[in-house]
Design a protein around this ligand. Structure first.
Ligand code: SIN
Ligand code: MN
Length: 267
């Protein structure tokens, strides 16, 4: 079992669980090397920002059909430590990946993600129920200086707040309206900084309010995200769906592999 009973209760109460030292140095090194390889690819799965055109987001590494396909990330998405935790909190083995990404908040230039709930966008992708979770892995130490995530604990209990299209950031997306965020801070718990070391990881609910600031440090801040959805909750047909790299139509359940698979299958 990946999560203890206590961690499952915390997830239900707070909307997230943090795992310290979940990945070894060797595993983190492998994922970093793959991230560096993918960063050089010219494809729509790599979205760039800033004067140096460094990648802001690299997507779809988990999918064999993708130009960014990576054996290491495919193996990672199947580990009991990751997929097993998602299975436990979503209470079904039938999970597929709605999308995967490496958010590379590059030194000095890596910019803000305003407050949002992931399910704000994902519902617009045609997904009916908030039965998705994200598993995030830190590939670098994440500090407030380097643009770590912030969570508002317990905010997933608010349910989905209608988002607004936000043009203020390098990557345009749906954020939560300011008045709704302020109200949630006035009535709910205080936000926390999700700082940690390379190899730490976090599981969080798709309705949890989260954000991150500018990376003002001289080091890149890379974080990997696997977003799991129940196969039974796959998107309905919608007009003008977003592309495959952000809204997957590969709805095959992800198979669980051994915890050693990351190093064994990818080297
Ligand atoms: C996100 O919320 O999807 C990304 C935030 C970050 O990586 O800083
Ligand atoms: Mn998000």
């Amino acid at each position: 079992m990946a999560l203890t009973e206590k961690e499952i209760v915390c997830f239900d109460q707070d909307g997230y669980v943090i795992f310290r030292n979940l990945f070894s140095e060797k595993e983190v090194d492998l994922l970093r090397r793959e991230a560096a390889r993918i960063a050089d690819l010219e494809t729509e799965c790599v979205i760039r920002e800033g004067q140096t055109s460094k990648p802001k987001i690299m997507l779809r590494m988990h999918d064999e059909q993708s130009p960014t396909a990576s054996p290491a990330y495919i193996a990672a998405s199947r580990l009991p430590r990751i997929l097993g935790s998602a299975i436990q909190v979503l209470r079904t083995k039938n999970l597929y990946i709605h999308h995967s990404k490496i958010n590379m908040k590059s030194a000095i230039e890596g910019s803000v993600w305003p407050w949002h709930q992931d399910f704000g966008q994902w519902h617009l992708d045609g997904i009916t129920n908030p039965d998705l979770v994200t598993f995030m892995i830190m590939l670098d130490d994440a500090t407030e200086f380097s643009g770590c995530l912030y969570f508002q604990p317990g905010s997933h209990h608010l349910g989905r707040i209608e988002p607004q299209w936000d043009e203020t950031t390098a990557y345009k997306f749906y954020s939560t309206p300011t008045d709704a965020v302020k109200k949630s801070f006035e009535t709910g718990r205080q936000p926390i900084a999700v700082t940690g070391r390379a190899g730490d990881a976090v599981l969080f609910h798709c309705n949890l309010l989260h954000a991150s600031g500018q990376n003002l440090s001289a080091e890149d801040r890379r974080q990997v995200y696997f977003c799991y959805n129940k196969t039974a909750n796959r998107p309905q047909n919608i007009e003008e769906p977003r592309p495959e790299h952000v809204r997957s139509t590969n709805w095959n359940a992800v198979p669980l592999e051994e915890d050693s698979a990351l190093l064994v299958n990818s080297c």
